[in-house]
Design a protein around this ligand. Structure first.
Ligand code: CA
Length: 233
């Protein structure tokens, strides 16, 4: 297997260098860009396996890079937020980032997050011979578990990987209610340092793509005070 490519878009050279050094040591290929606009171009032209994206960047900030990149690509994006700014985290996730990490960060944690996000983005090597494979119908929704595609009444929906994973998880366990903590653990799939609002933000984005009326959902339902569940419609 070729080395996984990580694109680091970060204007602080000291951070960029040490991250690149450690990724290389872990067997990744790392490319660095110090400017937002150039970073966006590089992400689109080189098709990396993951983008590590700083928020404060020259020429175009990380949120704008994220938004524009998401219009054309489902590459996993981890945002680097400068401080404990809740608004930064939530905004990044709303714009389609998969994860965020707050500076200053530990390198071990960062590498673990990068690996987890890349692993999550790779479809399984061999299709699993289980009932969860193939296309499954959930009323008006058809979820292709192998090809990571969702169709609603035959029309494909453009979901990010995380949105797909969350929908798949809930749909496969129809009508069962899950707490946000449980969803973070099972869908995000590793020891997640973020907060449970990550789940709410992803549910909201999913509803906007899935539901005829996101304010009155028919698929992803809220169980007040408990969490979320899927209902076929
Ligand atoms: Ca910066």
């Amino acid at each position: 297997m070729d080395a996984r490519k990580v694109l680091i878009i970060e204007d602080e050279k000291a951070i960029s260098d040490i991250v690149k050094f450690n990724l290389t040591k872990e067997g990744f290929t790392a490319d660095t860009v110090f400017d937002g606009k150039e970073g966006l171009d590089r992400a689109l032209s080189t098709d990396p396996d993951l983008v590590l994206l700083d928020v404060m960047l020259p020429s175009m900030d990380g949120f704008e890079v994220c938004r524009r990149l998401r219009e054309k690509s489902n590459v996993p994006i981890i945002m680097l937020t400068a401080k404990e700014e809740e608004v930064d985290k939530v905004l990044g996730l709303e714009l389609g980032a998969d994860d965020y990490i707050t500076k200053p960060f530990g390198l071990r944690e960062l590498i673990a997050r990068i690996k987890a996000n890349i692993r999550r983005a790779q479809p399984p090597q061999a299709p699993e011979q289980s009932s969860s494979g193939g296309v499954q119908d959930f009323g008006s929704l058809a979820i292709d578990m192998d090809r990571y595609e969702v169709r609603k009444n035959g029309t494909p929906l453009e979901l990010t990987l995380r949105e797909f994973e969350l929908l798949k998880y809930l749909a496969e366990r129809e009508d069962k209610v899950f707490s946000r903590e449980q969803l973070l653990e099972d869908v995000w799939g590793y020891e997640y340092y973020g907060d449970i609002r990550t789940v709410d933000v992803t549910v909201r984005r999913l509803r906007e793509k899935l539901e005829d009326d996101p304010g009155n959902p028919k698929y992803i339902m809220t169980k007040r005070g408990v969490g979320y569940f899927f209902r076929r419609s």
